[in-house]
Design a protein around this ligand. Structure first.
Ligand SMILES: Cc1cc2nc3c(=O)[nH]c(=O)nc-3n(C[C@H](O)[C@H](O)[C@H](O)COP(=O)(O)O)c2cc1C
Length: 364
């Protein structure tokens, strides 16, 4: 248990414990993509609840990469002042916060973005196949967004390359059938990541922490394998990333999606630990594991067995923003999250994410 509350550093970022709030789309941004007062309060509450590092919901770096309505934006300079209000609140309440930078690619919401979705290659799924000029725009968009995040006083950025969104599409043979130097073997499929990381690094400087969230595997036939994910992670480390969060699955993946349901026993917890271990074996930088972690004993075991250095959770913090504080004070009962995924509904309906089950049970 002590391991969970040991300090750790990611580049110059010093964290008080090993807990991370994994990026979670709350559906609580304005139409322009600014945080609403309720979102600012939610982030402040997480900080007060003792989570070492909060990662924001995926924030789009370019309008064509917008995934949903009520999504955070970091694609324009006007985004900086409202985002700074959110980082200020987190810092005031003793927390640290990273901005997740994202482009949804084929899964962009054209209705909201007003742009045709960008596609890595012509895989039959529609969308505009990205040209070399688009790749250039993408690198510049990530770099500019990272610079804005730094200006808004985020403590770090996280590049979203998981779950089937654009950068995950590049890594995945299912989506990436390009015939140029960005397609083919994993060295080519991860080339855009190296270029984006280099561009982000030169925008934010050597000391600013850059994280990446990747799939340890797509968990679908013909998708990215664990071995390829490890090779890609190694390339990202070489390009200058400071920590890797390991997730898996595609948002269209049903039972094997990133947010699996019915995690009701220790054996079902930490469902990407095998992938984290394979990735950690080839890296020197910290590895963060996400996916179905619900009890402090399993979390401590993941750290003790050297499979990861930090523990990341999403759904448990929707129900219990003060979960880390509860565990720290000695109540080691697992998270009350029952992993039914009902929390997505209110976010999709425009009401903002909350735990529907807790409300039904009358426990909020
Ligand atoms: C409502 C909701 C929104 C999510 N939004 C994001 C997101 O914006 N970016 C991201 O990388 N993952 C997102 N995820 C996935 C989580 O970060 C996490 O990888 C997944 O839920 C597994 O962790 P858990 O079992 O602790 O919930 C979301 C999950 C949920 C439930």
């Amino acid at each position: 248990m002590e391991r969970l509350f040991a300090k750790i550093s990611i580049n110059t970022l010093n964290l008080e414990n090993r807990f991370v709030r994994s990026a979670t789309w709350e559906g609580l941004a304005t139409a322009e993509g600014a945080p609403t007062p309720r979102l600012v309060e939610m982030m402040g509450d997480l900080a007060a609840g003792g989570v070492g590092l909060i990662i924001t919901s995926h924030s789009f770096v370019h309008p064509a990469g917008r995934a949903t309505p009520r999504q955070l934006a970091v694609d324009r300079d006007e985004c900086v002042p409202p985002l700074r209000e959110m980082t200020q609140e987190v810092h005031r309440r003793g927390g640290k916060i990273a901005c997740q930078l994202a482009h949804a690619g084929r899964f962009a919401d054209t209705g909201t973005s007003g742009h045709p979705p960008w596609s890595v290659s012509d895989d039959g799924g529609g969308g505009r196949v990205m040209t070399h000029e688009d790749l250039d725009i993408l690198c510049r968009s990530f770099a500019a967004a990272a610079a804005r995040a730094k200006e808004a006083r985020f403590d770090a950025v996280q590049i979203h390359s998981a779950h089937g969104y654009l950068l995950s599409q590049f890594l995945s043979p299912l989506f990436n059938r390009r015939k140029d130097e960005y397609g083919g073997g994993i060295e080519n499929r991860a080339r855009i990541h190296q270029e984006i990381i280099a561009a982000v690094r030169s925008a934010v400087g050597e000391d600013f922490p850059i994280l990446v969230k990747i799939n340890g595997g797509d968990h679908i036939e013909g998708g990215l394998t664990m071995e390829e994910a490890a090779a890609a992670a190694r390339m990202m480390e070489e390009a200058g990333v400071d920590a890797v969060e390991v997730s898996g699955g595609l948002i269209t993946g049903g039972r094997l999606s990133p947010s699996r349901t019915r995690i009701d026993s220790p054996e079902k917890e930490a469902y990407f630990r095998k992938e984290a271990k394979a990735i950690k074996e080839v890296l020197r930088i910290p590895v963060i594991l996400v996916g179905g972690i619900r009890s402090p004993l399993v979390a401590a075991d993941v750290l003790a067995s050297g499979e990861a250095d930090l523990i990341s959770m999403s759904r448990p913090f929707i129900r219990e923003p003060r979960l880390v504080e509860r565990w720290r004070k000695g109540d080691a009962t697992p998270a009350r999250c029952v992993s039914d995924n009902l929390c997505f509904r209110p976010a999709l309906e425009g009401k903002g994410v909350f735990c529907v089950t807790a409300l039904r049970e009358g426990s909020v």
